[in-house]
Design a protein around this ligand. Structure first.
Ligand SMILES: Cc1ncc(COP(=O)(O)O)c(C=O)c1O
Length: 419
């Protein structure tokens, strides 16, 4: 018999194995100073393209004031206990009502964290008889929610309508035998590559197949649609999304999340979401902070306009310079380059140290071997000058990637990794 920890001593996991070369720099970096377009990394000013503060609310003076006042009035403990037991307040209800109305649903329910909330939502929506059909590129919280499911589940190829139909047919056969139903799960915006989920096409399939649709709109909420109500609004199918989910962790620049849908479904979920029934209620300063942020989202369309001015300038600038930004249909801006992991490390080092640009880097196994994905998140706090500096820097690093500079610089790392 092995000691439980043996495997941990031997193998730190797919990401952990890079810790010695990556920690503190490529992973677990410390970005310091107020959250904005310019922050400090290792004491140096950098243009920050890795924070999901889409509307620039994180450090907005009005938001900071409300957060501070709420913390002073309520502390960070209030209310104590789970919603069901002793952690329920009128302000929680008010926030739910306002969120529901904003995303055009009958009712909403608050979640302490998006991740656990999504896991619990999936868990509560399905029984053993039901079948789940979900996009293979789904966020980890969806995958973990599906893992709890005791019945059948099928993935469909990313945003592939032929594949989803094939899997709906398989699901239908099973559901007919078990007497269960079908839950389809997509994201509103896929956060890595920026594509919107094909919600319009998916809901069109409701004419042929009987299923309910759950959408994780973490990146769409606040950024897409006329009012900012998200990918469903953008695609004109919000009313066909049966359970809408969004987090406060991006456009609302806070912590917490919510689901929204028909009153009866929300009433059911409120009594069956284990992550809410058995966990402490969202703290008051977060509830009050979310009310303020939502009000700003609704009354300050200029924030979203500025965001999109930056998104368009960055994405068009990259395309004009011949960069491959894939098929993004959102603020998420991926830049695909070809190179090895050591080259990617040298390139990011150059970007940060010599050009003062901080963005996230994604490599194999998250994307195919030999590819480097630099992921940029524009926000309303960025300026067109930030965009220009970044475009110039990107042209410079591409040249150095292509002329073999990073290969030379990283030869030692490549050798060490092969050992
Ligand atoms: C698509 C998606 N869903 C869910 C979550 C989890 O939300 P939270 O940070 O509120 O736990 C995230 C990350 O924030 C996300 O990107």
């Amino acid at each position: 018999m092995a000691d439980l920890f043996d495997k941990i001593y031997k193998d730190k996991g797919p990401l952990g194995k890079w810790s010695e070369v990556a920690e503190g720099y490529f992973v677990f970096p410390k970005l310091e100073g107020p959250i904005s377009n310019r922050m400090k990394f290792r004491g140096q000013d950098v243009i920050t393209w890795s924070v999901n503060d889409y509307l620039g609310l994180a450090n907005h003076p009005e938001v900071r004031k409300v957060d501070a006042e709420a913390a002073a009035e309520w502390g960070s403990a209030y209310p104590m206990g789970a919603r069901m037991m002793s952690g329920h307040t009128s302000l929680h209800e008010k926030l739910q009502e306002e969120l529901a109305s904003f995303v055009d649903k009958e009712a909403a329910y608050l979640l302490n964290f998006g991740y656990q909330g999504m896991v619990s939502t999936i868990d509560a929506l399905v029984s053993k008889k039901d079948v789940i059909v979900y996009d293979v590129d789904a966020h980890a919280c969806i995958i973990d929610g599906v893992r709890l499911h005791l019945g059948q589940r099928f993935t469909y190829k990313h945003n592939d309508m032929e594949s989803i139909e094939k899997n709906l047919q398989r699901a239908e056969k099973i559901a007919e035998q078990t007497g269960g139903g079908i839950l389809v799960i997509s994201e509103g915006v896929f956060g890595m590559r920026g594509e919107q989920g094909k919600l319009k096409e998916i809901v069109a399939l409701k004419e042929k197949y009987n299923f309910r649709l759950l959408v994780d709109d973490a990146h769409g909420f606040g950024t897409l649609g006329k009012t900012g109500a998200g990918a469903g609004e953008e695609q004109g199918v919000q009313d066909q999304i049966d359970v809408y989910f969004a987090t406060f962790a991006k456009s609302l620049a806070s912590t917490g999340a919510f689901i929204a849908g028909d009153q009866e479904i929300m009433d059911y979920l409120k009594y069956n979401l284990r992550s809410q029934m058995f966990a402490k209620s969202l703290q008051m300063q977060l509830v009050i902070g979310a009310l303020k942020r939502l009000e700003m989202l609704k009354t300050m369309p200029e924030l979203k306009e500025k965001l999109w001015e930056n998104v368009n300038a960055l994405q068009n600038g990259l395309k004009d310079r011949g960069f491959d930004i894939g098929t993004t249909q959102s603020c998420v801006t991926p830049v695909y380059l070809k190179g090895s992991i050591p080259e990617a490390m040298a390139l990011v080092n150059d970007l940060r140290e010599n050009h003062g640009i901080f963005c996230s880097i994604v490599v194999y196994p998250v994307i195919p071997k030999g590819m480097i994905l630099l992921r940029l998140i524009p926000t309303a706090t960025h300026t067109l000058e930030d965009v220009e500096i970044t475009l110039t820097a990107f042209s410079a690093i591409r040249e150095r990637l292509e002329n073999g500079t990073y290969k030379r610089l990283s030869a030692g790392v490549a050798e060490a990794m092969e050992k």
